[in-house]
Design a protein around this ligand. Sequence first.
Ligand SMILES: *[C@@H]1O[C@H](CO)[C@@H](O)[C@H](O)[C@H]1NC(C)=O
Ligand SMILES: *[C@@H]1O[C@H](CO)[C@@H](O)[C@H](O)[C@H]1NC(C)=O
Ligand SMILES: *[C@@H]1O[C@H](CO)[C@@H](O)[C@H](O)[C@H]1NC(C)=O
Ligand SMILES: *[C@@H]1O[C@H](CO)[C@@H](O)[C@H](O)[C@H]1NC(C)=O
Ligand SMILES: *[C@@H]1O[C@H](CO)[C@@H](O)[C@H](O)[C@H]1NC(C)=O
Length: 927
Amino acid sequence: MFAASDLKDRKNELFKFALLWAFLLSLFVFITNIQRNTKIEVNSTRQRFLSEGLEYCKTKDQIPKMLNTNERKTNPRYELFANGHSDGFPSYTIIKNGLIIDGDGSTSEHKMDIFIRQGLVHSVMRSGSASSTQLEDYLNSKNAITSRIDANNHYITPGLVEMHSHIGICSQPELKGNNDMFETMSPVTPFTRTIDAFNIGDPAIQLASDSGVTAALILPSANLISGEGYVFKMMVPPSNSVEEMLVQYEDTGLKQRWMKMACGENPKRRYKTRPEAPKSRMGLGHLFRHTMDRAKVLKNAQDAWCDSVLQDKEMPTTAFPLDDELNMLVDLMRGKVLSNAHCYETYDIETLLRHAKEYQIEINALHHSLDAYLIPKIIKDQPYNITLATFASQWGFKKEAFQASVFAPKILEKNNLSVVLTTDHPALPQQSLLSQAQVAHHYGLSAEKAIASITGEAAKGLKLDDRFGYLRKGYDADVVIWSDHPLQMGAKPLKVFIDGVPAVDLPIVAKSELALAPKSIPEFTDEEIYKRELENSSTVLFTGVTASYDTSIGKLPNSEPWELFIANGTIVCFQSDCSELYSTNQKIPKIHLEDGHISPMLTTLTPSHGLNEMNLESSTGDGILMEAMDDGQLGDFRIPDNIPIANDGLQFGSVHLIRAFATGIGNIITPPARGEGKMFMAGVSTAFKSNSDDFSSVLKGEVALHITIGDMGKQVFVPTISSQISTLRTVLIKNRNEDNFYGRAARNELPLAIHTNNKDVMLHLLRLKQELGIYIIIVGGIESHLLATELAANNVPVVVSPWQCQRKYWDERRCLTGLAGQGSLLSSLVKAGVKTGLSSDDDTKVRLLLHDSGLAASLAGISKNEIIKMISTNMEEIFNLTVSKSPSLIISEGFPLAYGSRIAALIDGGTLFKVYPDLEPAIDLYS
Ligand SMILES: *[C@@H]1O[C@H](CO)[C@@H](O)[C@H](O)[C@H]1NC(C)=O
Ligand SMILES: *[C@@H]1O[C@H](CO)[C@@H](O)[C@H](O)[C@H]1NC(C)=O
Ligand SMILES: *[C@@H]1O[C@H](CO)[C@@H](O)[C@H](O)[C@H]1NC(C)=O
Ligand SMILES: *[C@@H]1O[C@H](CO)[C@@H](O)[C@H](O)[C@H]1NC(C)=O
Ligand SMILES: *[C@@H]1O[C@H](CO)[C@@H](O)[C@H](O)[C@H]1NC(C)=O
């Protein structure tokens, strides 16, 4: 038994032994297998690192190539619109008999024909030349011409190119739901892209093409390192695809890329409440360097990776180093991305250039750059060319913009620097791009550079001048046929093509005479400067007067130049020959005018002239009501004692006032400054002369009670439009017999200036007026064309402010653009017989009132007399002002609202107050 069991045990042991071995064997096999598999896996990951990384190594230092226009045969964007029409033999559009102003600003000597095929300029040939006739005959024989346009001597330019816009990412009208312009997660957002936010439903896209703008760089806003911008064509394709609007959408290979940066006030201001974000330029500088240092580490790691793989033939153990946060900046360092930096002050520009040098990057374009004209040498001394993408006339609203000059583009040109003009839409409305060039030309930028600044030079600034910006073979068929020379006031696109597809299509009427570019204003001659000695005198003779718009001094009966003789402050003679009166006195001072025009001194309504110098710096004057309201300090306006009066805050002799006077704005009406926020009660306006240093300038201390109704009036106590209307009704009725501002308004002793743009609010106001019998002035009135007859019938005047359709807010979304055949607000009001005034809602524009209203009038097709009334006597009548009857005149050479005209003298109350005034007189702020 014992032995048997022994044997059994032994068998068991043997079995166990075998089992153990079998287990160990299979474990060995298992482990080796695992090891082998792991090795395979390791190898394939490294292979992937290698193959993906090699792609990066190959292209990391490549920069986009320019297209060869001679080789371009088709424009893929055309196909998007062509709907199969381009099958078979390609069809042609021929534009005949136009004068071409090309992207370099040169005008063709002869009439030219442009052949457009498949969205490209196929050829440009002299009209009537053998080659043009032959090609046309040949295409005719093939039935290949689908559209033939006779430009009838009109000017043709390439489509306008906007280098700085926020169209699509700040859609109109601005709603919380569609404003995507500012990303405030951090001041450093190089990884954000405007394409992610671009809204094809923004009506400003069509407004752009209606105004001749065919391509635009859409930049993100405000951050120190803001993100990536994209260039879009200004036409939504039938597919509604954002990507198909990209200029480079179908390009293979490397594409141009643009990034945005910002210096100074914008990035400094935006993160006030964030402890970790910079608050000073020093902090911004640090953050910039810190970020670039991080990018440099990444770039070095990339280069080391490639060196190790390509030179040392090492198998990579890590992937090619990338970092979504920094890739854009590495590409900037590699020269693959074009930097576009928003910078105003000279020292901000210098800091940026210092940083650029430190990190070996190039600054492709300085945007806004209002002070660049003060440092041309610093800009030129860089080892690369910098485009100055600036404005023609922005000035004064903040410290950064206070040193700006309307002569800056001219000075930059003189220094051989590249000038591009932009709108920064919606800062300025997109359709004003052309007028930027016009205004810059008026102040001395040459006609060639003015046109180039919004066509070829802008295309160069984008490094897309291989594709658009010029009318040359192989370029995108972005073409504009103008109603007039594009630098002439009121020139409008009659036809616009984008990639050969019609965007605007108005009839072209034959033109017998071709306008040339208007002249820039000439510099003052020594003799003219010498005539400034006549200032303060009350006796002067003007000769060479050819037109008068001041009805109080009579009209010219014929075209003979007349004389105007002012003696001891009164007009004693206005006729062809006054010599009888002055022949005895040879010492009468004389000013001879070329094409002399006499107009009344202007009267305008301003947001804060006479109160604040820089609107974003409330310390520079009376202050801004909104800011006080934010702090809860403003009293309840339903109590009449709490209504502020501008007269109590007047600041005399400010730079804004001096410049306003120098441009003929003698009389100014200003309500208490409300700022940009929402506010129902602004208070009581005051009227004063702009050229005085004390209370003698006040024309009327209490002019009108200013109230805002509509979205912009939604404030504490009156958060809805209905509460605004009922509150207004209540305070008027309640105070009817009281001696306070509400009582005076209720009794019709003080005009009620209601700031509103919305048609339905105006309807409510008409009802309120009928109910209470009050005198109402509509200020703003952007939708007032929809009620023009009713307003006229009820004697409600409108002070249009501003005239340009911007659709910034919901309340003004139904504005008339005046472009592409649409009517204009001013002409609708005139036609209906509404008493109309015209002013600006922007202090920056006040000193530009002459040309701005000239532009409004010529776009609206209203007469010279009518427009001059809108900015002078109509304003006085609307605001119930009696301006001194003694002669207060603008004496100008040329029609003062036209470009190229110049003010020769400003007469105030019979005294020669200014003679050949400097538009930007040197100002000493400290004495
Ligand atoms: C800069 O511009 C000038 C004048 O347009 C041109 O001759 C030069 O080649 C440009 N330099 C660079 C580095 O592009
Ligand atoms: C601008 O260029 C022109 C022509 O090349 C030259 O004559 C002129 O001296 C340059 N001006 C400046 C300020 O560099
Ligand atoms: C005119 O009067 C002003 C103010 O009194 C004075 O500053 C200015 O020098 C005078 N101009 C002339 C030419 O006398
Ligand atoms: C201006 O008035 C003075 C004094 O009243 C007079 O002597 C002079 O002749 C007048 N000048 C003219 C041009 O009428
Ligand atoms: C307009 O001014 C006149 C004269 O000063 C005054 O009698 C009238 O009440 C004023 N009208 C309004 C609506 O302010």
